[in-house]
Design a protein around this ligand. Sequence first.
Ligand SMILES: C[S@@+](CC[C@H](N)C(=O)[O-])C[C@H]1O[C@@H](n2cnc3c(N)ncnc32)[C@H](O)[C@@H]1O
Length: 366
Amino acid sequence: MKTNLHGLLLYCRAGFERECAQEVIDHCGEAGHMVDAEAQAGSGFVLASADGRALHALARVLNWRDLAFSRQLLWRGKTVEGMSAGDRITPLVEAALDLAPAYTDFFIETPDTDTAKSLSALTRKLEGHLGQALDDAGAFTEDRTAPRLHVLFTATDRAIVALSWPGRRSEWAGGIPRLRMPHEAPSRSTLKLAEAFHSLLTEEEQLRLLKPGMTAVDLGAAPGGWTWQLVSRHIHVTAVDNGPMKGDLLETGLVLHKREDGFRFVPRKPVDWLVCDMVEQPRRVAALVARWVAQGLCQHAIFNLKLPMKRRYDELQLCTDVIAEALESVDKKHELRFRQLYHDREEVTGYLGVPGKAPSARKKRR
Ligand SMILES: C[S@@+](CC[C@H](N)C(=O)[O-])C[C@H]1O[C@@H](n2cnc3c(N)ncnc32)[C@H](O)[C@@H]1O
């Protein structure tokens, strides 16, 4: 489909624009393309630009899953400015059709900042009118490979018009997962692990890697939000923490509580999963998780890294190197992914796993 791309638009947690910009510059650089990025501190988004050829090449390879600090990865067209209160719809439809000829559907969004949230009454009011006008203009298609239209309102008279590609974007509006807080869970951080499963694993991986009867160790488990997520999937958990576990978790028969130091604990038998939410130096946690996977104590790990106030991006790079070196030293293939979850504050959450064995070939019948 012919598109008229002006640059990239990335959504991020407000306050993390610098990290988001740095990461996209580095990532595109590794793919062989120079991009520039502008980040206004506290805005909740980053604008990046490159020449047209690079943009079209990048549009085929960039995926939001590969960018830890981006909640959403979009390709922007025009910014519509100076919209009149009487008719915002006409210039938005024109900008949408200038960017791409047809879309599967559309999201009308605002950045995730307190100031921008005041625009949500306006965007809710406009949604129905914009949908109708796009339909009247023939801007929708049944083709599932077509892009989705995103209209990001940054002021009452200003919106950035952008698109996203299926398979390369977050499917959540604003890149923010809407997860229900389970009332029986012992802590709100349960949502962090639930979100990590959704955003760090593909749907196929969630089904294949989170099965009833599997085993897990939870380091820094108290009061039990992460353990609760595993137990709700009927996974057996050894919960390691000197602090008390809350709620009825211990009565489920699926949880063994060990009051031990998470850095010294070693499971008697290897487990499927390690999860780790200890508040500790990120590089120490990275080294610990890498050791578990390198030594075959677990196959998969999800872990939280509390980033320092300064040099957060550099610290994440350093943790990535620590893990890669540990796994390479034992010649182990691995998958490492990071994401700053919506439920993460000054943190990122990582997934480290060894790729599964190929399904064994069916025996030939004699
Ligand atoms: C952020 S809380 C974990 C919350 C938990 N994931 C939940 O969902 O309820 C951090 C926990 O790590 C534990 N912790 C910190 N250092 C530890 C260590 N060296 N060994 C074991 N637990 C540790 C603390 O006692 C605390 O309960």
